[in-house]
Design a protein around this ligand. Structure first.
Ligand code: ARG
Length: 468
């Protein structure tokens, strides 16, 4: 029989494997079955195909699901292969499944359907990490530690204050992922190739069957602003060919990976200084140096920011300048998003575990908290609070810092700068307090500061956001 189906004429040559996304499409195998089911049900409900044909199609799809992606017949992609498998099972009527659609709206729906689940997994890991950080903060609201700027000792702070700094950043990462999720969670189905269809399709119905509701609702975001996108991507050219939902999701993941890389770097440095011990589960040893315990997991977490930035770059470059409507370039765009979501979700999960199981060495931390004259700012603040212009106080304390960085040095600097004893300006006991790291922390009780009562407010807000 030389009357072959038209698509068998094409792409059977040497470029076959280059063209095919079938193996990469394993990721959307389940999604495609769901999209096929929803579409077949809608077609039957609308009277576009017969109910019994739809029933046979659904039965075939169930059997195909049981057999799995690996048993699919050859095809240019999973959509074609599943259609072929349906036809193999129920005959030519299986071809009715593709009425009023194209692989263009189909693949966009599959990607969105699968990515939705993946983004939720990523969001879960951000929540777990936030929980770990909150637990650390709860346990260490009075554990002093050196705070750094330019990686030089700057001012004493607490482990809780440090942990909540990262909790705040990860909280925004969660919100960005939810924002992206809302626009992933819209249905492109019914757009067909790009120009809509002559059939009386019900796009809202397939959206509903597939759970594309434009959500999340406001409570999920922990924000008061109601945010819900439309249920369908309205314009059919837009629906079938836009991939900005991939881009913003990948960007949100990359932002989170960047947060993670900073967190990892801090803990690596703290481990280097003996401030923190990672659990063995999150450490590696050396094949030659028997004494080694290395923070390899966190180094890999740090590196994932590179993978994620690469994913954003690859995706952006692939999408840049693509004309409307569908172009096959889009097949290679998706891969960047999958790779990024996998890498970042895993890194986030590992970071949460490493933080949750690490041991903070309170004594070493306390001993280092005041190193490098890191209470100097507090002394300058004290002088300023007693009437000295802050700039003069800054100069006085800087001179003391260069000449011993202690009470005697402050007295000498006062004589030099003010021509008067230090006692003329401040109560010596208050200076002693300012020089003490614990007092120094306790005195910085401004909103968001490291003083335990200011940290308690931050902890309550962190808990509330997590609960939401
Ligand atoms: N496999 C393709 C993709 O991932 C979907 C098929 C659309 N193909 C086409 N020639 N219009 O984008």
């Amino acid at each position: 029989d030389d009357s072959v189906v038209r698509r068998d004429r094409f792409s059977g040559g040497p470029a076959r494997s280059f063209l095919s996304s079938l193996s990469a499409d394993e990721r959307i195998f389940e999604a495609d079955l769901e999209v096929d089911r929803a579409h077949a049900v809608m077609l039957a409900e609308q009277g576009i195909i017969e109910a019994d044909v739809a029933g046979q199609i659904l039965t075939a799809l169930d059997a195909i699901e049981v057999d799995g992606h690996g048993s699919l017949p050859d095809g240019e992609d999973v959509h074609e292969a599943i259609e072929t498998a349906v036809i193999e099972r129920i005959g030519a009527d299986g071809g009715k499944m593709h009425t009023a659609r194209s692989r263009n709206d189909e693949v966009a729906a599959c990607i969105r359907y699968r990515l939705r689940a993946d983004v939720l997994d990523a969001i879960e890991t951000t929540l777990a990490l936030r929980e770990s950080l909150v637990d650390v903060a709860e346990a260490h609201d009075e554990t002093l530690m050196p705070g750094y700027t330019h990686l030089q000792p700057a001012q004493p702070t607490t482990v809780a204050h440090w942990a909540l700094a990262y909790e705040g950043a990860v909280r925004r990462d969660t919100e960005r992922l939810f924002d992206a999720y809302g626009r992933v969670n819209q249905s492109p189905l019914g757009a067909a190739a790009f120009a809509g269809t002559t059939f009386d399709v019900d796009r809202e119905r397939t959206a509903e069957l597939l759970g594309f509701d434009g959500g999340p609702a406001s409570s999920a975001r922990g924000s008061s602003a109601e945010q819900r996108s439309a249920v369908v991507v309205e314009n059919s050219m837009d629906a079938s060919s836009s991939r900005d939902f991939l881009l913003e999701t990948t960007q949100a993941l990359s932002t989170h990976a960047t947060t993670l890389s900073g967190l990892a770097e801090d803990v690596i440095i703290f481990a280097n200084r003996g401030f923190v011990d990672l659990a063995d589960d999150y450490s590696s040893t050396s094949s030659i140096m028997p004494q080694k315990k290395n923070p390899d997991t966190l180094e890999l977490v740090r590196a994932v920011a590179g993978d994620a930035a690469g994913g954003v770059q690859g995706l952006t470059t692939t999408l840049k300048g693509l004309p409307r409507a569908y172009n096959r370039d889009l097949q290679r765009a998706t891969t960047h998003a999958w790779e990024t979501v996998d890498a970042v979700t895993e890194a986030s999960e590992v970071a949460a575990g490493a933080v949750a199981t690490a041991d903070w060495n309170e004594d070493d931390l306390a001993a280092e908290a005041g190193e490098g004259f890191s209470t100097a700012t507090g002394v300058a603040d004290l002088l300023a609070a007693n009437g000295l212009p802050f700039r003069t106080a800054h100069e006085l304390v800087a001179i003391a810092a260069d000449n011993g960085a202690d009470y005697d040095a402050l007295e000498a600097a006062a004589e030099e700068v003010l021509g008067e004893p230090l006692e003329a300006y401040v109560d010596p006991a208050a200076v002693d307090d300012a020089l003490d790291p614990a007092e120094s922390v306790a005195s910085r009780d401004s909103q968001g500061g490291p003083a335990p009562e200011a940290v308690a407010d931050q902890l309550a807000a962190a808990d509330e956001a997590l609960a939401a």
